[in-house]
Design a protein around this ligand. Structure first.
Ligand code: 5RP
Length: 232
């Protein structure tokens, strides 16, 4: 079975939890893309939902699929966000931001009553950190921010290279919010909540890809079927 088929299976399982009238956060990435696609089919068949996209890419896709959209200025809370992840650990902490949408993804997830993560089984890890940790930063004063990040890494007991993410044009990748991303190649993050709070205390850091305590359910699709893990 190919990876795209697994991602679509996870997306289809998440869609079973969507009912008419829901306000939904719409994630970003190749797995979330399947979800938006399948949701579009439901909408065209008559289901009424309203969505808040977590990136300009998802906004464009959702509009094409005919999904009604709103913003977090117009609605108070969302019922559910469905999004992908780069890594998931057994506490349902996540690394996100491989696609560069971590800031909007976190704002939307935090405004949602529940967050379902959809992924293929390769995203499940014992300890976060094999996937480079995306940290969204302000371009101004990047040197100072990087030095402060290095100190935060040391205090949290991690170390590794920091790499400024580049776009296809070879220049710094620019997020939907106009910021840059530094990817921390840390290998192993023993205490994700501590590292997240240390990094978030740095003035030049906008947000990190560590999603702590936000996911309520993870749907993992593998060759032997689907595994659903609920937050305890
Ligand atoms: C984008 C993300 C994605 O959800 C994450 O990168 C997973 O993407 P994919 O489903 O393509 O593996 O956080 O910022």
């Amino acid at each position: 079975m190919d990876m795209e088929a697994l991602k679509r299976q996870a997306a289809a399982r998440a869609l079973e939890r969507v009912t008419g009238g829901m306000k939904l956060g719409l994630g970003t990435g190749s797995t979330a893309r399947h979800f938006v696609d399948l949701l579009g089919e439901k909408v065209r068949a008559g289901m009424k939902v309203i969505g808040v996209p977590t990136s300009e890419a998802t906004r464009a896709q959702a509009e094409q699929c005919g999904i009604a959209l709103t913003t977090l200025d117009e609605v108070d809370r969302l019922d559910l966000t469905v999004d992908g992840a780069d890594e998931v650990d057994p506490a349902l902490n996540l690394i996100k931001g491989g696609g560069g949408a971590l800031l909007r993804e976190k704002i939307v997830a935090a405004a949602s009553d529940r967050m379902i993560v959809i992924a293929d089984e390769t995203k499940w890890v014992d300890t976060l950190g094999r996937f480079p940790l995306p940290v969204e930063v302000i371009p101004f004063g990047l040197g100072a921010t990087r030095r402060a990040m290095e100190q935060a890494f040391a205090v949290a007991g991690v170390s590794g290279q920091m790499v400024l993410r580049k776009g296809k044009d070879g220049h710094a990748f620019v997020t939907d919010g106009g910021h840059w991303i530094v990817d921390g190649h840390l290998g192993r993050i023993a205490d994700a909540p501590r590292l997240a709070s240390l990094l978030n205390a740095i003035p030049g850091v906008v947000e990190t890809g560590l999603f702590v305590g936000l996911a309520s359910t993870v749907i993992l699709a593998g060759v032997n079927g689907i595994r659903v893990v609920e937050r305890r």
